[in-house]
Design a protein around this ligand. Structure first.
Ligand code: 2AL
Length: 165
């Protein structure tokens, strides 16, 4: 959608456009209510400040929308196609990587009780695996939670730039 159309859309439509970026109602409503924006940069800057920080409850809610790394989202929703293109660096045909990611995901979920989340766009499978291994070593849940919130923020802003031009 063009920025001009986003600026002029009715509130519910603007919120619906934003929702696939991150399912945090406060963030979507805030960005919709601050319209109009002069530029994409201004929109993204507002998106960044409204995401700083996401609360623990917001992270929890948003995480349920993210497929595991290495699991291709099915269907033709905006969210699923965004996820698939973000994970383009992870080749599902590479069995060794797929197995390492599946093991790492399971270990992460067992340790932290939530899905391993990383901004996958621009990262290779090897880089993601290295980050997963490193983060599995964290013992402080609050530290790990702050990383998750930051990754969610990066994903939301990348999606925002992709959806509104
Ligand atoms: C994802 C995803 O679907 N896109 C992305 O950047 N990260 N999932 C995840 N578990 O980190």
């Amino acid at each position: 959608m063009l920025l001009e159309q986003f600026n002029e859309a009715d509130r519910a439509e603007a919120i619906a456009v934003l929702r696939p970026c991150v399912d945090v109602t406060r963030w979507c409503e805030h960005l919709a209510d601050r319209r109009p924006y002069d530029s994409i940069d201004a929109l993204v800057a507002e998106g960044g400040s409204a995401a700083s920080p996401f609360t623990a409850a917001e992270v929890e809610q948003a995480l349920s929308h993210h497929p595991r790394i290495g699991e291709r989202a099915g269907g033709d929703s905006t969210e699923a196609s965004l996820s698939r293109s973000e994970q383009a660096g992870v080749d599902p045909a590479d069995a060794e990587i797929a197995r390492a990611l599946a093991e790492g995901n399971a270990a992460y979920e067992a340790k932290f009780g939530r899905v391993f989340l990383i901004r996958a766009a621009g990262r290779s499978a090897g880089e993601i695996l290295a980050a997963l291994t490193e983060r599995l070593g964290h013992d402080d849940d609050a530290e790990e939670e702050a990383i998750v919130a930051q990754q969610l923020r990066e994903i939301a802003l990348i999606r925002l730039k992709g959806l509104i031009t």
